[in-house]
Design a protein around this ligand. Structure first.
Ligand SMILES: NC(=O)c1ccc[n+]([C@@H]2O[C@H](COP(=O)([O-])OP(=O)(O)OC[C@H]3O[C@@H](n4cnc5c(N)ncnc54)[C@H](O)[C@@H]3O)[C@@H](O)[C@H]2O)c1
Length: 398
């Protein structure tokens, strides 16, 4: 039997990019390779606009999309772009917009530029491209639809005053994604980022995790397995109970704050750690970002009342550790402005977690590209895609 054109394309390994991290990731992403074998030809001739963390696993997905004949215009999320990955993507032929040090205004312009390029499909992470599309931004005549990657983006899309008149598959709705990426992937990589950024010892660390969704659970469980004393704060009684059953101490924010040595912000909601609580943290407490947007703690408020502010990091990355000294002399240390520490001080989620996450993306985008999506508005990942990928991952990891 002769191989089909898409088999022929998928079965040839991706050529080296010259970037060791991208090529290393590509070696361990067999699920994505299989998924592209099934869906790749659906992308031929399409232009895909992407907002996603620019890191090596993303580069592998883009490599596959380009190989199957798609054009890609891509920007990163706020503050998480790996400059080397951006260079790799440019070398591969993707149109890369923006960079790591863009502020919120520049990031907003980058998103506009993605849409100005009138893509046929959108891969979004945070829901801001999809939001703009519901506000009348001009689209390509053949616009097909979008996928949304994360918890915060799914919530943003569902809260829009006008629901999208095109299909949006919310990858984060997949129970597979919540388990493998948000819980186990984020749990490992956030702790890795904290260790890289601080070189502090985990046993005996008094850690407070705010928000016990899948991401917070992963972080809390990983810290505890490595010897930290973990306190969880969550406003949802069910999630609080789950934290107790997982072996964590559970209490209120007010009770947790005075003894916290490191606070992990994993609610995905703004203003959960307000200034009055920041003023009660002990000297040396460290704030660590987990959630999608760096808006969970009132760092601007802390800065405005600080008697003294200084960078504790090298001149090449002054935001890595900023110490805010309060009037009482205590210093609060903020890592990377509370941007996601697994992307700013580590290598992002583990490769296997993103092999799954990006396979969910490729299959969902591919099903929209085939015109299979007979719906408009936000929709979960189709169950046949979840089942196929779960079985595939069991085979690969088992
Ligand atoms: N860093 C990464 O690589 C990465 C990966 C995936 C998701 N994320 C992001 O992480 C965040 C969390 O994701 P999730 O899937 O765990 O979300 P989730 O919505 O399932 O869980 C958030 C939890 O926070 C709790 N919460 C809300 N407001 C609170 C408050 N004021 N005080 C205490 N608890 C509060 C909720 O009750 C909930 O249990 C999101 O922003 C998501 O987009 C980050």
């Amino acid at each position: 039997m002769t191989a089909s054109p898409q088999d022929e394309i998928a079965l040839v390994p991706l050529p080296p990019t010259g970037d060791p991290d991208t090529d290393w990731a590509a070696r361990s992403m067999p699920l994505l390779q299989r998924t592209m074998q099934e869906f790749g030809l659906a992308f031929a001739g399409l232009h895909i606009g992407v907002c996603l963390h620019l890191e090596p696993k993303t580069a592998v997905l883009v490599q596959w999309l380009l190989r199957y004949g798609a054009a890609v215009t891509i920007t990163g999320n706020l503050g998480t772009t790996d400059p080397r990955t951006a260079e790799v993507l440019r070398g591969l032929g993707a149109n890369v917009i923006g960079g790591r040090h863009d502020d919120a205004a520049a990031h907003s312009r980058n998103l506009d530029a993605i849409l100005d390029s009138t893509p046929d499909l959108i891969l979004d992470n945070g829901g801001e491209l999809i939001e703009r599309l519901t506000q009348g931004v001009p689209r390509s005549s053949g616009f097909l639809g979008a996928t949304e990657e994360t918890t915060t983006g799914g919530a943003r899309v569902r809260a829009l005053p006008v629901q999208p008149d095109f299909p949006v598959i919310v990858i984060n709705d997949s129970p597979l994604k919540l388990l493998v990426e948000n819980e186990y992937g984020v749990g490992q990589s956030i702790v890795q980022g904290f260790m890289n950024a601080t070189n502090r010892m985990l046993p005996a660390l008094e850690a407070v995790v705010i928000g016990f969704g899948p991401c917070g659970k992963g972080v809390a469980d990983t810290l505890r397995h490595l010897g930290s004393r973990v306190t969880v704060v969550d406003v949802d009684p069910f999630r609080s109970l789950e934290a107790i059953m997982s072996g964590h101490r559970v209490t209120s924010l007010e009770d947790a704050v005075p003894t916290a040595q490191a606070v992990f912000l994993s609610t995905g909601r703004p203003d959960v750690l307000p200034l009055d609580q920041l003023l009660r943290l002990p000297d040396g407490a460290i704030l660590v970002g987990v959630g999608h947007e760096p808006n969970e703690a009132d760092v601007a408020g802390l800065a405005s009342v600080a008697a003294h502010t200084r960078s504790l990091a090298s001149s090449s990355d002054v935001d890595a550790r900023i110490a805010y000294q309060r009037e009482d002399g205590a210093e609060i240390v903020v890592l990377q402005g509370t941007k996601m520490i697994n992307l700013t001080a580590a290598k992002g989620n583990p490769i296997e977690a993103m092999d799954l996450g990006l396979s969910l993306q490729a299959a969902s985008l591919g099903s929209i590209a085939r015109g299979r999506a007979a719906f408009t508005g936000a929709y979960p990942v189709p169950s046949d895609i979840n089942l196929t990928l779960a079985a595939g991952l069991v085979e690969i990891l088992g």
